[in-house]
Design a protein around this ligand. Structure first.
Ligand code: ADP
Length: 754
């Protein structure tokens, strides 16, 4: 008995298989004799002879007999019936013990013939007229059954080895033939697809098998294409892979799988395809990997912070404390910091340095003007144009699950018909809730608990209380002229030069020029305007260098108007003359501090109060209080108030002045007018006043004092309760001012000599 292993063929009873002598000997291991028994055994996978083991074979084999043996040594083996293989032994050759396995002959000879005639004519129809038609026709005419046809074409059929075995193992003749027919029709359909000579086909079979054939062909072509161009893998396969690799949580994976299924069903031409694509693209580009908290080297962190920012001692100290606590608690988020201060004071850029110090990704999300809750929490994915919210969009941009996220301008969140964005933000920032933050667009939770949030704002006034309670406020009070000079020299100028390719030898800016820019060309608490000046100088220098007009440019104060294309600004400086009724006050604005003048005048009238100038509503109330207070302090002057109208004016600065902190200034101005005594313009003051003459604390002291010093004020009255804020005021400013704490308005009046 000869055992012949085979792979990827259809060997079925009733068919004669022909082998070349040499090949047969190679496979079977010996020369056959006519009439010798043969058993065909099917391999599960393609294996070399020397590697085969008993487990490599399927349990049903086919017994046959050597039927013909011609002069050239070609062998014909007729397969007779199937056998159950009971035992396989492999040593020199392969030995098997097998028992007959009955076929169930449920179709008659006629039925079988009829089926074959149909397949045959489908094939003949197809090849009619093709170039190789005659040849193929002769070939086809030799066959007598579906089995013979399938066996002969078995290598070409686009079905797998396992599918071929499935045919062999069918006991019922009808099942076996049906499966073979199916494979043959599919093969034919594929041949048709590939062939230019498409002829009319038998409609019934075509409909049945065409779709399967097309799918298989597509899969096959797609695989080939994918291998050639991994980058153009079809969308579905691409997302399948990305979802697999993303590390998503269970819920997210479920949702993504659902969307992917929809995408498969919809097909590329559907309207919805784009929406589904965008969704999958979004969720698979998020980082779903949770990062382990790592120990931060405090020394290094400190170095990075001080390298990138000049000054800001307290701020840096506070940040280092935060890092130390995070190290101790092995946390990644820590408490939420809120940086408050005027524009350009370094709030955002120090956020970036924190990320660098922690060796984490950085991302900035601007919240200015956000008025719709959906901008934070995302739009539901029910319409075209739905988008994720800014938070998740930021997470995507950062490429990490634990970035340092700077939420810019939290004070500029607006409330509108679209829901309250600040309540959505509350959820983002709440450690109790943010580990399962669910963006409406994503519709699945994402863990934000490892994100380090840093918020920035110009003022605390407009931040809703619950939000403010979540955060630790750190003030950026603005820079003194001396600090600005250092920042310009160490950071702004070198950075501007580098970004514009200007070398050190090409551009020199004298300290005097920088000081002039600080004093006369900018009016700000931060350094944004100064940075713009530096950028402008570098651009001007670049043009001159490229044109070859000059090799090196030196900027002195005299040249500034020409280079900056700008005239020096008129600063609010102290008034030259001293007149009763005019007092210098100090104001806080979003751009930092400023001085203001309050002018009062009596004109003949009937006791009316006239208010003009850039005043907000709160300040108008302060006027009422001041007037009542003065009237009660000087009852003997009642007649003046009755017979005159009191006109109060705050000359137009660019910014509307608001806030109650002009209380003592207004009161002093009215007293000065009533008593007809002038106060020195070099004296300034800030403080809220109560109806009974108490002086109440105010905000923004560092900015106000800086403005006072800049304007040339010598003496400042401040509320007693604000004394502790002096810690935040630069020494340089304190040295130049005589600061007098007061708790009653009378102390101010005495101090002013009225
Ligand atoms: P803010 O967010 O407070 O409006 P930015 O962070 O945008 O201000 O700062 C404006 C510019 O000034 C940035 O280019 C920043 O690098 C620079 N800057 C601000 N403060 C400092 C500082 N202390 N040292 C160096 N550069 C600074």
């Amino acid at each position: 008995m000869i055992v012949v292993p085979f792979y990827n063929m259809i060997v079925v009873p009733g068919v004669t298989f022909f082998f070349q002598s040499e090949y047969f000997q190679e496979v079977a291991g010996k020369k056959p004799n006519t009439g010798e028994d043969v058993i065909f055994l099917m391999l599960k996978e393609d294996k070399k002879k020397e590697d085969m083991t008993a487990e490599d074979f399927y349990p049903i084999g086919i017994a046959g007999v050597v039927d013909t043996l011609d002069k050239e040594g070609n062998i014909g083996i007729k397969a007779k019936h199937r056998v159950d293989v009971e035992k396989i032994e492999i040593n020199d050759g392969i030995q098997v013990e097998a028992a007959l396995r009955e076929d169930i002959e449920d179709w008659s000879r006629e039925e079988l013939d009829q089926h074959y005639e149909e397949v045959k004519s489908a094939y003949l129809n197809f090849i009619a007229g093709s170039r190789w038609g005659i040849m193929a026709r002769n070939y086809i005419m030799q066959w007598n059954s579906v089995s013979e046809m399938a066996a002969t074409l078995s290598y070409q059929l686009k079905i797998s080895n396992a599918e071929k075995y499935n045919i062999i193992q069918q006991d019922k003749m009808s099942d076996r033939v049906t499966l073979m027919e199916k494979a043959l029709y599919e093969f034919l359909e594929m041949a048709k697809l590939a062939s230019a000579a498409q002829t009319e086909q038998e409609a019934s079979h075509e409909q049945l098998y065409r779709e399967d054939a097309i799918k298989k062909q597509m899969e096959y072509l797609q695989r080939e294409l994918d291998e050639m161009h991994p980058e153009s893998m079809s969308d579905v396969r691409k997302f399948e892979k990305k979802i697999q690799e993303s590390g998503m949580n269970e819920t997210a994976r479920g949702e993504a799988a659902k969307v992917l299924n929809r995408m498969k069903q919809e097909g590329q031409n559907s309207q919805e395809y784009g929406i589904l694509y965008d969704y999958l693209d979004f969720v698979t580009s998020l980082s779903w990997k949770s990062e382990e908290p790592s120990e931060i080297d405090l020394g290094k962190a400190e170095e990075i912070l001080s390298q990138e920012h000049y000054g800001l001692k307290k701020v840096k100290q506070r940040i280092l404390q935060q890092i130390a606590v995070m190290n101790l608690k092995k946390e990644q988020a820590g408490s939420i910091l809120l940086f408050v201060g005027a524009p350009g004071t370094g709030k955002t850029s120090i956020g970036q340095s924190i990320a660098k110090a922690l060796n984490r990704a950085y991302v900035r999300v601007s919240l200015g003007g956000v008025r719709d809750e959906a901008e934070i929490r995302g739009h539901r994915r029910t319409y075209i144009g739905a988008m994720p919210g800014r938070i998740m969009e930021g997470i995507k941009r950062s490429g990490a699950s634990n970035p340092v996220m700077v939420l810019d301008e939290v004070d500029k969140l607006a409330k509108d018909y679209g829901g309250d964005p600040s309540s959505a933000l509350l959820e983002v920032l709440d450690p109790e809730q943010n580990s399962t933050f669910t963006d409406h667009y994503m519709n699945v939770p994402y863990d934000l608990s490892n994100v380090l949030f840093v918020c920035t704002a110009n003022t605390l006034d407009t931040i809703p209380e619950p939000l403010l309670n979540r955060m630790e406020v750190i003030s950026f009070s603005g820079y003194t002229a001396m600090e600005k000079l250092q920042i310009a020299k160490r950071h702004l100028l070198p950075k501007a030069m580098e970004s514009m390719g200007v070398k050190n030898k090409n551009l020199k800016v004298s300290d005097a020029a920088i000081q002039a820019m600080i004093g006369d060309y900018t009016m700000e608490a931060g350094v944004r305007g100064l940075k713009k000046c530096m950028d402008t100088l570098c651009r001007v220098a670049a043009v001159k260098l490229v044109k070859g007009e000059q090799k090196s440019i030196t900027v002195s104060p005299k040249r500034l108007p020409q280079y900056l294309d700008q005239k020096p600004m008129r600063h609010d400086h102290i008034l030259k003359e001293k007149k009763p009724g005019i007092i210098t006050g100090l104001a806080w604005t979003q751009a930092g501090g400023d001085i203001l003048f309050i002018e009062t005048l009596f004109t003949k009238g009937t006791g009316k109060i006239i208010i003009t100038g850039q005043l907000g509503d709160v300040m108008k109330e302060s006027v009422q209080i001041a007037v009542s207070l003065v009237k009660s302090m000087y009852p003997d002057k009642a007649e003046i108030f009755e017979k005159n109208d009191l006109h109060i004016h705050v000359p137009a600065g660019a910014i509307p002045k608001d806030g109650p902190s002009a209380g003592i200034t207004l009161t002093t101005a009215i007293v000065s007018l009533v008593n007809d005594r002038a106060v020195s313009p070099a004296i300034a003051m800030t403080g809220e006043v109560s109806l009974r003459g108490g002086v109440l604390p105010i905000g923004g002291l560092p900015e106000k004092l800086m403005a006072a010093q800049r304007a040339g004020i010598t003496t400042v009255f401040i509320p007693e309760e604000n004394m502790e804020d002096l810690d935040d005021v630069a020494e340089e400013v304190k040295k130049k001012l005589q600061i007098q704490p007061v708790s009653r308005v009378e102390e101010v009046l005495t101090g002013c000599g009225i």
